[in-house]
Design a protein around this ligand. Sequence first.
Ligand code: GLA
Length: 383
Amino acid sequence: MARLAVLTCLVCAVLAAPALALSNGLARTPPMGWNPWYRFGCGVTEGLVRQTADAMVRSGMRAAGYRYVNLDDCWMARTRSRYGTLRADPKRFPHGIPALAAYVHRRGLKLGIYAAAGSMTCAHFPGSRGHLYHDAHTFAAWHIDYVKLDGCFTSPREKGPYAYGRMRAALRSTRRPIVFSVSAWGFNRPWLWAASRAHLWRTTRDIRPGWASAMRVADANQALASYAHPGAWNDPDIMQVGNPGLSPTEGRSVMGLWSIMAAPLLAGNDLRHMSWVTRSILTNPEVIAVDQDRAGVQGRRFQSAGGRELWIRRLANGDRAIVLLNRTAGRATLTADARAIGLRPAGTYFVRNLWSHRLTTTAGPIAVVLPAHGSAMLRVHAG
Ligand code: GLA
């Protein structure tokens, strides 16, 4: 028994040890982009992807930092070619993936793709088991920039360091710079082993439309703050900002929490038909600057009482970003103290409201009145 415990511990140590990032210089800040899955499911077509790339440019999202236009499940044909190569569905992608990549690249954007480590993708398309090397080289030949490797129809081992390590080696052997995303939903605790194999790893099961799911995911993801660093990010899944089920107030809170958690910012809505409010939430430069802060320190929740929460993130220039979050079902006043959020002592603190873009000063006390599910995101600087 004791020997088993020692052995298990050795395995833990080996898995946890490489705190090094994948280190191909990519994703030094959390990747930003778009993913169609929750809004479009298997309805994705090359027309949609092209229009989304155009919308990303037109809406100002590219200028705000969004780069990756990603495919998810269902882009494939039901079978591989006779040479074992993955193929795009000929009806929905009649011009093929390389042409789509060229279109996206011409707009200064990057193209992401989806595959699964097991026998099939979650929607029953061909899996990459036994083909990891071949598929990695196919993606590189197609000029793909981002690969999400899902975990459906896998053995427990395939949802872990073994399969993802092999895919990382396969991707590396292509010599193409490709962002690698682990989608194993928190199985086998990827935060312990994925940093040396990938740039981001899902920490939870799938997010669902609506507030309750966003909060469930945020709760789990914030607890893993210490595992994130430049090149290696906890991924709480695609944002639902602008999708049915999330009000603008809730959308602002989600964008703020994802940013304070240094999460990948993957929009999951229909970029072609965004309201002005949705666009202004997704492109807020001051909130994005927090997400993309070069220190890459993930923030987390520091206080929680009766649905009133204080989240804090340390920024590269010494400032603190904070989110005051009202999770109650009614209006509430939330308070914080600038002297107690890790800043150096000062007579005056400058408080920048990242949603209203107003600057105020305080000797310490901060108070905000927030609607149900509302939040304030502030950047505090010791004067
Ligand atoms: C899993 C993933 C999702 C999505 C679907 C596609 O559920 O976690 O993000 O990729 O598969 O089938």
